[in-house]
Design a protein around this ligand. Sequence first.
Ligand SMILES: NC(=O)c1ccc[n+]([C@@H]2O[C@H](COP(=O)([O-])OP(=O)(O)OC[C@H]3O[C@@H](n4cnc5c(N)ncnc54)[C@H](O)[C@@H]3O)[C@@H](O)[C@H]2O)c1
Length: 430
Amino acid sequence: MHDQSRRDFLATTAAIGAAGLVAPLGFGGWSQAKGPGKSIRIGVIGCGGRGSGAANDTLTANPDATIVAMCDLDVERAKGVRDALKEAHSDRANVDDDRIFGGIDGYQKVLALADVDLVILATAPGFRHMHITAAVAAKKHIFAEKPVCVDVAGYHACCAAHDQAAKQGTAIVTGTQYRRQTSFIEGIKRIREGMIGEVVGMTARYCSNGIWYRDRKPGMSDMEYQIYNWMHFIWLSGDQITEQAVHNIDVIHWVMGGPPVRAFASGSRWNRPADSEMWDSMSVDFEFAGGKICSFDARHWANSDNQFDNVVYGSKGIAYLRAFDGGSTITDRDGKELWTTKGSIGAAYRQEHKELVESIAAGKPIVELRQTAESSLMAVMGREAAYSGQVATWDFMTKQSKLDLMPKLVTIPGDAPAPFVRKPGEYRLQ
Ligand SMILES: NC(=O)c1ccc[n+]([C@@H]2O[C@H](COP(=O)([O-])OP(=O)(O)OC[C@H]3O[C@@H](n4cnc5c(N)ncnc54)[C@H](O)[C@@H]3O)[C@@H](O)[C@H]2O)c1
């Protein structure tokens, strides 16, 4: 049985964090010079769909990179990912079985390896802030998938980790890939240059036909089942708005230059499996200074129209920042096209790893965790406003809220929090 309580975890990381500060860390003591055997050595923590995708992206984007350790709750899954990566990248993913760890404490074993320079964090989101805090304390460079937190306690942990990483010179890049997608960068540059006049508001949508649900396997304890089917439990996923739609909310944060003042939200819940805590839809008006409204929608509705785009309305024009490979277009208010470009999300997925590794090699590590912690908290704020039916302010979320969803003890096998559906009027901001 492996135990990991928040208190133990914080005690360990505080002790390591106090061990002293260093100059920017290169690759295992090696820094800028390139040469044979001087590759960045990567550990993958969480080897599911995205962990394996991110490992492949970094090996593709960084010809010198090697994967040297891995972990997943399901150790056999990690070994399967190793085999697939080895097939594609041969000896750059030649991880011995004794460097592939299972269990809830597998991440600690990866972090304890002195020859791991950088970790990819891609488990279920609920663990992310804990893994980030531990990786920063172990002085590893980090690629952290989004969202980086699903509650307020996680947000504060990320802000502290950001400050510590910046102080000690370790990098943190996050999986908000639109920030590295040319069509978004170029579109937002033109918005900043005034092509649509003054920005007056925005719409952003993550509306799809549904999401996976993993049936419980025979013999699974409640904790094993919830982590296996993590999307449907709020302490693990943060609901759709945090887990998926943080991409769009991050675009709102980017265009508006920071977080909003308050959020007013609604939503629906009528069609999920009985034990799912997720809602079926959520819509949020994020209000920014000057009364500017950015209107956000997310839903999982079968047989309905999909929509994933971001549209920025200006006094003189409109910018369409389309999701995935959709590209960007700017028109005047009459619909006349002023500028357009194609988009490639695949290129953005690789670019984030390229910039991360290059920043470390150059001795100028990128640290961008706070920005993604703010976008993740915006999603939490919208979700909590919907769940409660109350207006949530940024001030309340950052200064007063004590929302902390992580169970006090996560053991495998073990008990898990009883699932419940939040109902407006009963559930309150906390
Ligand atoms: N940037 C993107 O576009 C993008 C796309 C997909 C997923 N993601 C993010 O990547 C993360 C993983 O998503 P996924 O689709 O790969 O999910 P997944 O279910 O396919 O994989 C998650 C893996 O993590 C493992 N895991 C869970 N908790 C763990 C723990 N505490 N320790 C070790 N292993 C643990 C699971 O066993 C599983 O193999 C999520 O945060 C998700 O939001 C990002």
